[in-house]
Design a protein around this ligand. Structure first.
Ligand SMILES: Nc1ncnc2c1ncn2[C@@H]1O[C@H](COP(=O)(O)OP(=O)(O)OP(=O)(O)O)[C@@H](O)[C@H]1O
Ligand SMILES: [Mg+2]
Length: 340
């Protein structure tokens, strides 16, 4: 339960939050990301194989959804923004599937280049169930390369970003460590005055960006110490702002919500809006980045934008797998939070 004082604070800014959400449709965002395709293959257990002591599944369903940086892109699109995607896919069927999903969602894919040397990052979960029983994951197969993209491709991505940068309101980087965010690409991104960075590591490479959204383990890694006490959290906020020279540092803290640290020394914590119907927190961070970015573009203050990120995240943690939400669902959720 949210405490009464917080509900009152939220009630006071609710009309403004609604106003910012109405502005999402006008926002133009360029997202540079490590794109992943999440695949879910499900089947019913038929029998034990004679080739090996393994189960044979009869295929029932294949689901393919955007993951990693592709999930951030997809979230921005379902929230109504005009999105230009920048990244790499392999010369393979998975890359085509990802491009197809984006195109159907109205996302501009001209910045998605084909990397002939590396596969589309794909995470395939194979799950089985006995008749009339629950489905469980059996194995996951990852397709990815440990090599960086070719220098020529890095430069092509950087050139595309420089060409587009004047026509967008903000740039988001979604760095899952798969190589799209190379030095030339980051340099191109930092030409924009409004840059939001979600990176698993090496925050210092983005020094000078506007706002970062590390989760707690990422913040700990970047700070170099555990964030376990009420003193170490603001210390980490301060140290990471120092490290990155950013204006704001938003540390997302799972079921503890999120804490926003600003350069003027102020900080505020927002509790998680929904802690009861939580089914799958995968990708909640991508949703935070998406809603927060659109809030900032629409005119929200950083704390209001963080509230919007928190609100959007409270909806996707109710769904299985990486998930997206809409402005309509966010408005409904905000109203029900404020109900007496
Ligand atoms: N267990 C939870 N209960 C309620 N809300 C949650 C929970 N986990 C996450 N959230 C919401 O989602 C936000 C982001 O979560 P988190 O800090 O786990 O991001 P993340 O680790 O970057 O996620 P990912 O990398 O999977 O996208 C939190 O600030 C909170 O609003
Ligand atoms: Mg994250």
């Amino acid at each position: 339960m949210l405490d009464a004082a917080f509900i009152n604070q939220l009630r006071a800014i609710a009309p403004r939050l609604h106003q910012w959400m109405d502005g999402f449709r006008q926002a133009r965002v360029l997202v540079v990301g490590d794109l992943t395709l999440d695949e879910f293959l499900t089947g019913e257990v038929e029998r034990v194989s004679r080739e090996a002591p393994v189960l044979i599944l009869r295929h029932e369903l294949t689901r393919q959804i955007p993951g990693g940086g592709a999930n951030a892109i997809y979230n921005l699109a379902t929230l109504g923004a005009n999105v230009k995607a920048v990244g790499l896919v392999g010369k393979d069927g998975q890359g085509e599937v990802l491009r197809g999903i984006f195109t159907s969602a109205g996302i501009d894919t001209n910045g998605i280049l084909v990397d002939g040397d590396r596969p589309t990052v794909t995470k395939t979960r194979i799950s089985g169930h006995a008749r009339q029983s629950v489905t469980q994951q059996i194995v996951r197969i990852d397709r990815k390369s440990d090599d960086p993209p070719d220098l020529e491709l890095q430069l092509q991505l950087a050139a595309y970003i420089r060409q587009q940068i004047g026509s967008v309101d903000a740039v988001v980087c979604s760095d899952y460590g798969d190589g799209v965010l190379s030095q030339p690409v980051i340099e191109a991104v930092l030409q924009h005055p409004c840059t939001i960075i979600d990176t698993q590591k090496d925050l210092h490479r983005y020094a000078g960006a506007t706002l970062f959204t590390p989760n707690l383990p990422e913040a700990e890694k970047a700070a170099g110490y555990a964030i376990t006490t009420s003193a170490s959290l603001p210390q980490a906020g301060h140290d990471l702002l120092q490290l990155t020279q950013a204006e704001q540092m938003l540390i997302t803290r799972g079921d503890e919500g999120m804490s926003l640290f600003s350069r003027d020394g102020s900080h505020e914590t927002i509790p998680a809006f929904n802690r009861t119907d939580v089914y799958d927190v995968t990708g909640a961070g991508d949703t935070v980045v998406a809603a927060l970015t659109l809030g900032l573009i629409a005119g929200a203050s950083p704390i209001e934008a963080a509230m919007l990120g928190n609100l959007a995240a409270s909806l996707v943690v109710r769904q299985f797998g990486t998930a997206t939400t809409t402005v309509g669902a966010m408005k409904t959720a905000l109203r029900s939070l404020l109900e007496p």
